[in-house]
Design a protein around this ligand. Structure first.
Ligand SMILES: [Ca+2]
Length: 203
């Protein structure tokens, strides 16, 4: 019986030594886990914090579509694209549009800020995405939450900021990169406009 003791104790000793010695494979695995945790901590959360008064500016030439995302409001309001100027008119009316309805706005060049306008029928007031200074009450009225290539926008429809729930008119703006030069349709249109203006001046 006593003959087995040294063997057992040696085995125990070896085991303890193995525990005490850093195992390179385990270390690498641990570093990998730590690296993954760090990456997860740094990676942007799927739904970032909405930015009140945020801008919707294209980072590349893009095809832009807008989708109605619903509302929770007593007032009726219309959404339009205010800038760049266009002939699209009302895109959606909160009380009549179906959630998920999508419209194509067109192709715009990199650097273009898309400014949306909310007209509130009940008060006759108009509010804009972006800076507070654009609005009649000098208060920012729209939150912008950029998630990948989509900006989720929520408007507050009351003068002074109301209850600040930013769900009186909700929509999203999706951008899809187009090849370089594809946005020149807009530039060509602008060029023709300038040409027409020059002709008018000459006449
Ligand atoms: Ca509200």
């Amino acid at each position: 019986m006593s003959g087995t003791t040294p063997a057992n104790s040696r085995r125990t000793h070896v085991t303890n030594e193995a525990r005490a010695k850093p195992n390179p494979n385990k270390m690498i695995s641990r570093f990998r886990t730590l690296g993954l945790i760090a990456a997860l901590a740094i990676a942007p959360v799927a739904h970032a914090v909405p930015i009140l008064g945020g801008n919707i500016t294209l980072t590349e030439d893009s095809l832009v579509t807008v989708t109605f995302e619903g509302y929770s409001a007593g007032y009726t309001s219309n959404l339009s694209l205010d800038m760049p100027t266009n002939g699209l008119g009302t895109l959606f009316t909160n009380k009549t549009a179906s959630v998920g309805s999508t419209l194509t706005l067109g192709t715009f060049a990199a650097g273009t800020e898309l400014i949306f306008r909310l007209f509130v029928h009940d008060t006759g007031l108009t509010f804009f995405t972006g800076e507070a200074s654009r609005n009649p009450d000098n208060v920012a009225h729209a939150t912008v939450n950029a998630v990948g290539n989509t900006h989720f926008v929520g408007f507050e429809d009351l003068f002074g900021g109301g209850d600040r729930d930013y769900n009186d008119f909700k929509f999203s703006v999706a951008t899809k990169a187009v090849p370089d030069g594809a946005a020149t349709v807009g530039l060509l249109g602008l060029g023709l406009g300038v040409l027409a203006l020059a002709r008018r001046r000459l006449n």
